[in-house]
Design a protein around this ligand. Structure first.
Ligand code: B1M
Length: 213
């Protein structure tokens, strides 16, 4: 199984779409946990690609193609994730968004997929979502939790703006806000008055469950 996960990472890193889809199917057929495929396979590969990109060993077009392959493989894994033993009937609502100015949505999508497995009714507003839209969704959908993802240091302030706007709209007593994304930290969450921070999708799900408890 570890070998197949390594093959999956390699296929993403070399932008081998057919290979990545084939290995993903093999992993699912051989009973690998959908979480492991998402985190130890797909997410790990993107992290490594990010490292290579940063030091000039990979380039933007490769990252764009790899991100697309990542999304196609995730589509294969998500149904299996939902069928996994942890899945329960939807009961609590979670509104998710990648903040304005930010087009990174792969991590946010994994957070949404995992939250569904523990019973959240997930409303994903997508990427590049303006603060007003987040506030409107909180008002109309009445979620227990709003989750905000940011992958750029330049878009993190939009998480702060969203917390402030929810406060101004008088919605903070009813809705908890959790934040995440590669540059986000617990210190940042504390600074902007969010209710919590999670470093990965599994801990985001645990945190969301803790907050509604
Ligand atoms: Co961009 N990018 N990117 N990128 N990209 C980063 C973030 C970067 C760190 C790369 C680098 O320099 N090494 C860098 C940011 C630097 C900075 O801000 N200081 C960067 C840059 C600079 C850019 C552009 C500006 C590049 C350019 O155009 N010159 C541009 C910006 C576009 C924009 O958003 N306006 C850009 C574009 C892109 C692509 C479109 C090509 C593509 C995104 C495709 C997509 O998402 N559909 C892309 C990618 C893929 C990356 C890297 C390589 C990988 C991100 C990723 O998908 N990881 C990234 C490098 C890196 O992060 N080290 C990079 C896999 C994913 C599963 O992990 O998103 O971290 P992640 O999510 C995790 C956790 O963070 C957490 O759980 C997830 C799963 O465990 N999490 C949450 C995420 N959201 C959460 C929310 C929560 C809780 C946990 O609660 C609500």
């Amino acid at each position: 199984m570890d070998e197949l996960l390594a093959d999956l990472r390699q296929a993403i890193l070399t932008q081998d779409e057919n290979g990545a889809l084939e290995v993903t199917r093999s992993l699912l057929e051989s009973g690998e946990s959908p979480r492991a495929i998402l985190e130890s396979g797909l997410a790990e590969a993107m992290l490594e690609l990010g490292r290579r990109w940063k030091c000039g060993e990979a380039f933007l077009p490769e990252v764009v193609v790899a991100a697309d392959i990542f999304a196609r493989c995730s589509e294969l894994v998500e149904p299996a994730l939902l069928e996994s033993q942890e899945a329960r009937a939807p009961s609590f609502r979670l509104v998710l968004a990648t903040v304005q100015g930010d087009l990174h949505d792969l991590g946010k999508n994994i957070v949404g997929a995992m939250a569904k497995t523990v019973g959240f009714d997930v409303h994903d507003l997508g990427k590049n979502v303006p603060v007003d839209q987040i506030v409107d969704a909180a008002r109309e959908l009445k979620p227990c939790i709003v989750g905000l993802s940011a992958l750029l240091t330049t878009t993190m302030p939009q998480q702060k703006n969203a917390v402030a706007a929810l406060e101004d709209a008088g919605l903070r007593p009813e809705v908890k806000v959790i934040v995440g994304g590669a540059p986000v930290t617990q210190e940042w969450a504390d600074e902007i008055g969010a209710d919590g921070y999670a470093p990965d999708a599994a801990s985001a799900t645990e945190l969301a469950l803790f907050l509604i408890d």
